[in-house]
Design a protein around this ligand. Structure first.
Ligand SMILES: [Mn+2]
Length: 473
């Protein structure tokens, strides 16, 4: 078996040998889909190689957390985090019995440690070519290879790596590319991944069909998006059997022929109604199916699997997501599904709250303070989905505040439409505006977040408004 990512091979061998020289390893990972799959992949490989493994899931890794881990000492494998704290890790690695090994894909800080596995270090783009889970997979394959363990086939771990990459939103034009694609190919080779062209709408395995079409929020198809009755009429016109004994069918329940027919009708409708070509392209992409999982479950499709894992992390029950990744299909899966259901309920309640409360308009943005009414961990998703609801203008950037349970105020900003083409970059704007009030922020062009001190909200809004205005001019 060839190494899945040759460029990382030498570093992976050195890191694997160092880990195998230990008796026990603590795996420390990030609390999102990518981090949970990373931890599961690494822990599975190390255990198969005969090591005792402990896993700790963390929301982030600040200096205090690193110092804590170093004080306890031993061999610590960081997955999907660690590179950002490389400077501190480097200082502590030389001082005692602490041996850090990092397998991460985030931009590395200055500093160097002996065992640092990161796509950025070998000229790969850690934002789209290899996620944390893929990096952990490279290490896991090497650990098993060096330990001479080849049963079950180590490439089966690629299924989780695909879930991690999809969860980390690494797809480019709807599919995994670069080293991520090589990892997916490993999974296909051993039958744990099936990829194919499909509708790129979330929920093909579990959402009732009319609801699936109704929620095509990335691409607005007039008459269908946000219109349950319209979606039903559209499906009925195509002779889709909607009232089955088992209730609404899902996309996966339709046969391949029907799927093709509905998909092309959907594209035709979008073209007829003047949806721009690049948005129409976004309706189709590559789906990654896990054929060993039950059809119609949340685990069958990589993006739905990732969503389930994120739901456990958002409600401080990462250990549940980790157990699902490690194969628990009973108690942990039930609990994860309950968390996801509650998560969805909280999101709808949040959207309703924002739509009822309404926003206050500044010159270039609209804002709303949710206080304790919306959890800080979901206020960003809620804000994005509330655009266009009630009187909330969908073409103006929205800024939503929510109080954090441990003090401070969480800020989330979202924007829609073509503001990106006009120069809007919320990530930069939030970083700069947060800095003016002693907070911290950053993120992407159309979705960003910050944490600011309580009471600084209005000052922050005017600083942000000024920056967004400057960007748009
Ligand atoms: Mn990640």
């Amino acid at each position: 078996m060839d190494p899945p990512v040759p460029a990382l091979h030498d570093r992976a061998v050195a890191a694997a040998d160092r880990l195998l020289a230990a008796e026990s390893v603590r795996v420390v990972s990030h609390d999102d889909a990518d981090g949970l799959t990373s931890a599961a992949i690494a822990a599975t490989a190390l255990e198969r190689a005969g090591l005792a493994v402990d896993v700790e899931i963390k929301h982030g890794l600040d200096e205090a957390a690193i110092d804590d881990l170093a004080t306890t000492g031993g061999t610590v494998l960081f997955t999907d985090l660690g590179s950002g704290g490389l400077d501190r890790l480097a200082e502590l690695a030389d001082t005692g019995s602490f041996t850090p090994v990092v397998a991460d894909h985030h931009e590395p800080a200055d500093g160097s440690i002996e065992h640092h596995l990161n796509p950025h270090c070998v000229g790969l783009d850690g934002g789209r070519e290899l996620a944390g889970a893929g990096t952990a997979y490279v290490l896991a394959r090497t650990v098993l290879d060096r330990a001479g363990v080849d049963e079950p086939d180590p490439r089966e771990l690629a299924a989780l790596a695909v879930v991690g990459a999809v969860g980390d939103r690494q797809t480019v034009d709807g599919e995994l590319v670069g080293a991520n694609a090589a990892v997916a190919a490993d999974g296909e080779a051993v039958g744990v991944i099936e990829s194919g062209t499909d509708l790129a709408i979330y929920g093909t395995q579990t959402r009732p069909l009319p609801k699936l079409l109704e929620y095509t929020t990335d691409v607005r198809i007039p008459g269908i998006t946000g219109n349950r009755q319209g979606a039903i009429r559209f499906l009925e016109a195509l002779d889709v059997e909607l009232r089955t004994e088992a209730g609404w069918p899902t996309w996966a329940d339709l046969g391949p022929e029907k799927r093709t027919q509905v998909a092309s009708a959907l594209l035709t409708r979008a073209i007829e109604r003047g949806v721009p070509a690049e948005r129409i392209d976004a309706l189709v992409g590559t789906s990654y199916i896990l054929p060993r999982e039950e059809p119609g479950t949340q685990l069958r499709d990589a993006s739905e699997f990732a969503t389930l894992l994120n739901a456990t992390a958002r409600y401080e029950e990462s250990e549940i997501g980790l157990a699902v990744c490690r194969g628990d299909r009973d108690g942990a899966l039930d609990r994860a599904e309950t968390l996801l259901k509650n998560h969805r309920r909280n999101i709808s309640a949040g959207i309703e709250y924002l739509a009822e409360t309404g926003t206050t308009e500044a010159e270039h943005l609209q804002w709303v303070h949710a206080g304790e009414q919306i959890r800080a961990t979901i206020v960003g998703i809620v804000a994005g989905m509330a655009l266009g609801e009630g009187d909330i203008d969908r073409h103006t950037p929205i800024v939503a505040f929510a109080n954090k349970p441990d003090g401070g105020v969480k800020v989330s900003a979202r924007a829609n439409g073509r503001l990106g083409d006009r120069g809007l970059n919320l990530g930069t704007a939030l970083r700069e505006a947060a800095a003016t009030v002693g907070g911290e922020g950053g993120g992407h062009a159309m979705a960003a977040g910050a944490t600011i001190p309580e009471g600084a909200e209005e000052t922050f809004v005017s600083a942000l408004d000024g920056r967004i205005g400057a960007q748009l001019n």
